[in-house]
Design a protein. Structure first.
Length: 432
């Protein structure tokens, strides 16, 4: 660690101004006298608390486990035998002094030269523990800690020609220089909103989501469809998610739109000239809405985000022209009745647990559960379009009818809507 002494100094000037103006025997003396006390200070930025990640190579592949010397240097030596082998550890950068610090410079070297391109077979990263990249001016306030993550990986996504022909000995050096903080210092943003989509996806893949909370939001630019807000709707995966025939739409890491993107019909009427038609025949899988959501809406999302969206098994209820629940595989999907409301009327012969035949094949999302949303307390399910409360579609067909799908009214309560009505679109999706 390097302390820039030119930037840690206290300049004390005691200035006595004597101003004399005289005319004959008339004069005035104006003086400024002062004292100042300079308190002691100390600089102490150091490494501490090394933790090796489970799954890292071990045994004879660890020639030297990571150790700290002189409080400012971490040394380690490892062997990666085959593609897929990796070594990862975390170490705390601790500011134990009384002076706020910030990153002045970062340098990463391979065999003594600053890294511009890594060998094809190697991944090597040094980030904060949640995957956020280090950057100059990131602050490290006194009496605080930032945890770094070091990862060296023998890549698997390479072809035979990219494998090293002989054993390679690589010297990896990473240096981060801290200096006294100035007005340019900025806090490190470890929030869901502050992370890039790539960082979010990597953290979900690795199970590193402790900093992500139900209800956290992040805006997304969807081009001609405008800028909208995504929120974390679910993180849990209870045992019922493993039940045969159970929808995966409220299992795992689920993001949903917190607002309404646009309006669209669920399905056109199947019978020309008939105002009722067969609008919910075939349920969600046969709907025009499903095609629209998984093409127009999906393709409007940033590519970086689309790369993390996984296929989801979606179970949906049926209308009076069908006789069994539907199962589809989708990137994006609308929510179902139970994923929003918990039916609390105590009567399974009425209500959504009766008219949505797939009610028991899914569960309430963590977000709506945290808002205590039920069929009698539903204001927590309100969504807005262009700043105003508005109606939005669910994927659940009404089993007592052949042209009705459920939706949410502007007050968050359930509403029956004929399939050809253009109502709000607010889908969800999962990151695996």
């Amino acid at each position: 660690m390097v302390i820039d002494k030119d930037n840690i100094k206290i300049l004390l000037i005691i200035l006595i101004l004597g101003l004399g103006l005289g005319y004959a025997y008339i004069n005035s003396d104006l003086n400024i006298n002062g004292t100042a006390q300079v308190n002691s200070a100390n600089w102490d930025v150091h490494w501490a608390n090394i933790q090796v990640t489970n799954g890292s190579v071990s045994g004879t592949n660890v020639v030297t486990a990571p150790t700290i010397s002189n409080s400012t240097t971490v040394n380690y030596s490892i062997i990666l035998n085959t593609p897929g082998d990796y070594y990862e550890f975390t170490v705390d950068a601790v500011n134990g002094g009384s002076i706020d610090a910030m990153i002045d410079s970062i340098d990463s070297k391979l065999n003594g030269a600053t890294i511009t391109v890594l060998p094809d077979y190697l991944n090597y990263t040094v980030t904060y523990s949640d995957g956020v990249e280090l950057a100059p001016n990131h602050q490290l306030l006194h009496n605080t800690t930032e945890t770094y993550k070091v990862r060296i990986e023998y890549r698997t996504d390479i072809n035979a020609n990219q494998l090293p022909a002989t054993n390679q000995t690589l010297s990896l050096q990473f240096t981060v220089t801290y200096r006294q903080a100035t007005d340019a210092a900025v806090a490190v943003d470890h929030s869901f909103n502050g992370h890039s989509w790539e960082t979010i996806i990597n953290n979900v893949h690795s199970g590193n989501t402790n900093n992500y909370n139900i209800g956290d939001t992040k805006t997304v630019d969807m081009g001609s469809l405008g800028t909208h807000t995504l929120r974390i709707a679910n993180k849990s995966t209870p045992s019922e998610c493993s039940t045969t025939g159970f929808s995966q739409t409220a299992c795992g890491f689920v993001l949903e739109f917190a607002d309404i993107i646009t309006t669209h019909i669920m399905n056109p009427y199947a019978q020309s000239g008939n105002v009722d038609g067969d609008g919910n025949r075939g349920g969600w899988p046969a709907s025009e809405m499903r095609t629209y959501v998984n093409s127009n809406i999906y393709n409007a999302l940033p590519e970086q985000l689309r790369n993390g969206i996984i296929n989801t098994t979606v179970v949906s209820g049926y209308g009076s022209n069908d006789s069994a629940n539907f199962t589809s595989t989708d990137k994006l999907y609308l929510l179902s009745t139970h994923e929003v409301w918990e039916d609390v009327d105590g009567n399974t012969s009425v209500g959504i647990d009766y008219y949505d035949t797939a009610y028991n094949n899914t569960r309430q999302l963590d977000y709506y559960s945290s808002q205590s949303v039920t069929t009698s307390n539903y204001s927590g399910a309100i969504k807005k379009r262009n700043g105003s409360n508005s109606l939005w579609w669910l994927r659940s067909a009404n089993s007592n009818n052949y042209f009705i799908f459920f939706g949410l009214d502007s007050d968050g309560n359930r509403v029956n809507r004929t399939s050809a009505n253009p109502n709000g679109v607010s889908p969800a999706f999962r990151i695996g």
